[in-house]
Design a protein around this ligand. Sequence first.
Ligand SMILES: [Zn+2]
Length: 208
Amino acid sequence: MKIILLGAPGRRKGTLAKKITADFGVPQISTGDLFRAIVKDSTPLAEKVKAIMESGGLVPDEVTVEIVKERIAKDDCKNGFILDGFPRTIAQAKELEKISQIDTVILVDVPNETIIERLSARRTCPNCGEIYSALDYKETTCKKCSATLIQRDDDKPETIKNRLEVYENNTAPLINFYGDMVFKVSSAGSPEETYRPVKTFLENLEVK
Ligand SMILES: [Zn+2]
């Protein structure tokens, strides 16, 4: 079962991926993790990526696809995988088609207002790093160390709006590209409520 997971920041994709992995035995592959891992490698591909990164360049699509290709050839992917963070563009999606046939695309969706509300309620302890949600934690100081909680710049509504816009511009066209393959699920409810329709859908999915 070969799955692509799509969804903007704050959609709780990680939680959903863990549940799919547990039930269907397919690993979650995040390109962020792949890049972090490859710089520790000494394969020809790793050397190539390191050279590009050290020169400050962007890793081209063909190279990213090569990294993904190596990863999905590994044993733990024999039953499939969940791609998270890839493809990001139509060009990457077209490259991916050359190396693998995807079964489905799961789009984790929730209204932007909900995301902004959720993320902008986040309060961080500058001392111990503990994270709170102002929606259910009404104190202004940390439970553990009593420091005054702050709102990080990343969690301010303006920044969140910008991040969402970047996402819409880059990734939303992929939803059109995959068309009928896209299964849309709302993550407005609890993680269990989000997962239930996905599980039913995957159990009935005909795998190529
Ligand atoms: Zn604290």
